[in-house]
Design a protein around this ligand. Structure first.
Ligand code: ADP
Length: 495
């Protein structure tokens, strides 16, 4: 798809009507007071979101349960479910630019990235799991001759999905597509600052033929709407991407309610490790800037800790700083912007505090770290690089979820590995080296769900994203994700 500024501008001028909830196939107002949606581009009011109360959420979950029980989707022949999800993927493609622009107005991601990462990847995800529908089936186990042992794979029931604001369509699709593909019903709670594209997705899902009640969307604050979903006795599985603090609460809600299974993806503090023997240092510097600063650092797998071999540290930081200061920050709807807006004022203020604290702790701010373009009314920050960050510093251990890079030197491979693993997280990592043995040793040693070698990012739908340690559990993406949305049942038949 080619992007042109005039089309983007035209779509961006389209008013966004007040938003409603989708419950049981019917659009309806929430019982709570509507919430304003402010655009991070200029702080203007875009529209309002409905607030789903606990009672609204209970109705959505009951409708999802009824839809599951009567088999309108769960018992549909696999080939039919497949057709519907393919139609949905086609509709996402057809409306890709509209969805991308709407999402950018809502969450501030730069448009060139949003188009690819949001509708682009969501359509691909729906296609991938649509294709899996009639290829995933049960087994006959090799057991005694006088027994037929069947292993059935069944949908579980109602899936509650709570998703964040950085890539709502992409992450939403990672959960909704496999859940629906396997025959479950879904109740989705998008983030307060990124609900619009997911509400539009729900509209497209109805148009594609997903039956009413099978895919429901409830919007509202996490502490009201999200909590009610996580406490619902009608939800069998809760899938979540967001902060560790919320993840902990979800486990508590599960314990207090029906012991629903919780799969959590909780972010990271991912090391990007550059050895002096990297094949192309200039390319590594450019990639290191992209690894942390794309989408203004609001990426769960961002390479937010740069570990650099001491012998090349100064030269590398020079190259990295040049690459960083060449990235233009600004209105994310402008094709010329390489870094867009910070999602909310609260998030921007938290980012700036991280930079101030880091320098107070002894780090050196090499570039960036300020609010910029404040006269636009939007939330922008110039990307920050802080060197001399030690393992006990807050910036080394805590996820910022913004454009702030912590740099730490190392002298040996052993020290690099030790530093890489010196956080509570374990989501992603990068290793830059021309030494094959070292690449494999680091790959084995780093505790993370994905380790990139001589690149950073770009892993596609065919491979799992699954955190270790406090980055979470359970895979998104790939066929492995289907395990979260299916139960195994043994049939043991005496012959
Ligand atoms: P972030 O820091 O990325 O905003 P959060 O964990 O706060 O991460 O938000 C991710 C999602 O979790 C959002 O949809 C948010 O509304 C939801 N959420 C926040 N608090 C709660 C809660 N107490 N219960 C359920 N969901 C919540």
């Amino acid at each position: 798809m080619t992007l042109d500024q005039a089309t983007i501008d035209r779509l961006a001028a389209t008013p966004v009507p007040p938003q409603r909830l989708l419950i049981g196939g019917a659009w309806q107002d929430g019982s709570g007071a509507p919430m304003p949606v402010l655009s991070p581009i200029d702080g203007s009011r875009l529209t309002t979101l409905a607030t789903a109360s606990a009672a609204d959420v209970a109705r959505a979950c009951a409708d999802a349960r009824a839809a599951f029980e009567d088999g309108r989707w769960s018992a549909r022949p696999p080939a039919e479910r497949k057709k519907v999800l393919h139609r949905l993927a086609d509709l996402i493609d057809r409306h890709a630019l509209e969805l991308a622009v709407l999402g950018v107005r809502d969450n501030g991601t730069e448009i060139s990235m949003a188009l690819k990462a949001e509708p682009g990847s969501a359509a691909g995800t729906f296609r991938y799991y649509a294709e899996a529908i009639d290829k995933i089936h049960g087994e006959i186990a090799p057991t005694q001759a006088n027994v037929l042992a069947l292993v059935h794979r069944e949908p579980i029931g109602v899936v509650g999905a709570i998703v964040p604001w950085n890539f709502p369509l992409m992450i939403g699709a990672w959960k909704i597509a496999p859940a629906l593909a396997m025959g479950n019903s879904v109740v989705l709670k998008p983030a307060e600052t990124a609900s619009l594209t997911l509400l539009r997705l729900a509209e497209l899902a109805l148009e594609a033929g997903v039956p009413p009640g099978v895919f429901n969307v409830v919007t509202g604050p996490g502490a009201i709407t999200g909590e009610a979903l996580a406490l619902s006795p009608d939800v069998d599985v809760l899938v979540f991407t967001g902060s560790g603090a919320t993840g902990r609460r979800l486990l508590e809600y599960s314990a207090r309610s029906n012991l629903k299974r919780c799969y959590l993806e909780l972010g990271g503090k991912s090391p990007n490790i550059v050895f002096a023997d990297a094949p192309d240092i200039a390319a590594a510097a450019k990639a290191a800037a992209m690894a942390i600063f794309r989408n203004a650092g609001q990426v769960c797998v961002a390479g937010s800790r740069l570990l650099v071999e001491a012998s090349i540290h100064d030269a590398f930081i020079d190259a990295l700083t040049r690459a960083t200061t060449q990235m233009s920050v600004g209105n994310p709807l402008q094709l010329t912007s390489q870094i867009g807006a910070i999602n909310s004022l609260t998030q921007l203020e938290a980012n700036l505090r991280f930079v101030t604290d880091a320098t107070a702790e002894g780090g050196e701010l090499v570039t960036g770290g300020n609010r910029i373009l404040a006269d636009t009314g939007g939330y922008y920050m110039d990307p920050a690089i802080v060197t001399g960050v030690a393992p006990h510093h807050r910036l080394f251990r805590n996820e910022v979820f913004g454009p702030v890079l912590a740099v730490t030197p190392f002298s040996t491979e052993q020290e690099a590995l030790h530093l890489a693993n010196a956080t509570d997280y374990g989501l992603a990592a990068g290793v830059w080296t021309g030494n094959l043995g070292r690449a494999h040793r680091m790959l084995r040693g780093i505790r993370a769900g994905v380790v990139h070698v001589n690149t950073y990012g770009g892993a596609d739908i065919t491979v799992p994203l699954s955190g270790t340690r406090q980055s979470g559990n359970g895979a998104d993406k790939s066929l492995h994700a289907l395990d979260k949305y299916t139960d195994l049942k043994t049939g043991w038949i005496q012959l």
